[in-house]
Design a protein. Sequence first.
Length: 471
Amino acid sequence: MDLKSLWINIIEVLAKELPRPQILTWFNKTALLKNDNGTLEVGLPLPYFLNWHQTHLVKKILEAARQVDTSINKINYQVDVSLNEDHSAAIDVSKHFPSGKSRKLPKQNLTRSKEGVVSKILNPDYTLDNFITSPENRLAHAACQNVAMFPGQNYNPLFIYGGVGLGKTHLLQAAGNEAIKNNPDAFVVYTTTENFTNEVIQAMRSKNMEYIRKKYRRVDLLIIDDIQFIANKEKTEEEFFHTFNTLYEAGKQLIISSDRPPHELKLLSERLISRFESGMIIDVRMPDYETRLAILMEKCRKAQVFINQDVLEFMAFHVNHSIRALEGVLNRAIGDYHLTMTAPTVQSVAAMLRQTQKKEIKPLGIVDQAPQRKGSVSIDHLIDLVTDYFAIQRSDIVGSSRARESLIPRQMIMYLANTKLRMSLVKIGKHLGNRNHTTVMHSVSKIKEKLKTDRQLLRDLNAIQKEAGMH
Ligand code: ADP
Ligand code: MG
């Protein structure tokens, strides 16, 4: 078996155990570089993959590999940024492991018109597949899956409630998309309560309430988002009650979302509340830290941007009230990244959070200290920053390792020490494990040369300089 097929086989085994976003995030652009008597050398496209692989994946990969080939006994890693470019050995995960589920739905399916009924378009980007589950939302996710599979049978109505930005709309739309996929003839309507209210007002104006009744009569799955807005709208509530009953009695599925449980809704009709309570009521809460981090990583992967793990961890840690807010912070960071060619840092994100959330953002580790003045940055401080940034050890830098994951960071330190700190080649060599000054000179010119074409290197260097207050 050639190396690439072997690697694909191993990832296939892993894919049975690991959630798909993990496979997408941590195996894209990876490669099997060598199989040396059972020692596999796995190529990683970016330095920050290394830390995650070593702490979370290496054991699992070894187990999976041994299922494919029992002679495999060890996994080594090699960071090779050239895997990012069209490298023939690198795996394109979404191509090799296409997901039946995340395939985009043709729009015609979503806005079919039966007897003049037009549903609000479901957003095909919201799928059950790309919703990341955690104990706080797993039940809601599973119920949506069930309802999409067996509409009108098990959980009817399905009532999902929780605070803003926690994924209710995502789940509701995903259930609609999934239902259409399971049964392309199903007539699915997603509407917001606001939209429904407007329709009622329109119908009242034109004195044609029959219109609404006709309109919704043929629906197989009615999804209505943010039902709390129906409060104090007497006529809308009445109309909704009517629609609800018609569909419910015909065995059609209803999915409803709200920011609070049914009994806290300020409805006029107790009957509607008890209708809601007769089905399945599930709350969604804010996912835990690990899930928030997984969500961020998945979004980065999708946007094809690479943000340092430290920075994502910092965001996931501090933005703990809403996924929408978390996405907002990430999007701002991505915006900055494209605009300034500078990778976001813990420091820049902390500043951003201080602006948007009035709360105190506690510094985490050295990277959030006040920027040092140019003169005060020492090479030791530089080594700390760079090893932190690439999640490697100081011994990798000052030691004799020639592994790529320490080679480039070491060269970057030499370059910065020489061009920014104005240190002599001899002195730099002394600090970095007594290296010869010609080695240092060679490294500095290597980085200079690379900077002309390697945009990732430029971003990394910019980020480190920013962190060190060297700008
Ligand atoms: P709500 O309707 O509860 O206010 P949304 O469904 O609009 O929240 O979610 C806000 C954003 O967060 C959306 O972009 C959604 O895709 C994303 N999101 C929320 N929860 C998750 C999750 N568990 N996995 C992936 N994305 C999520
Ligand atoms: Mg919503």
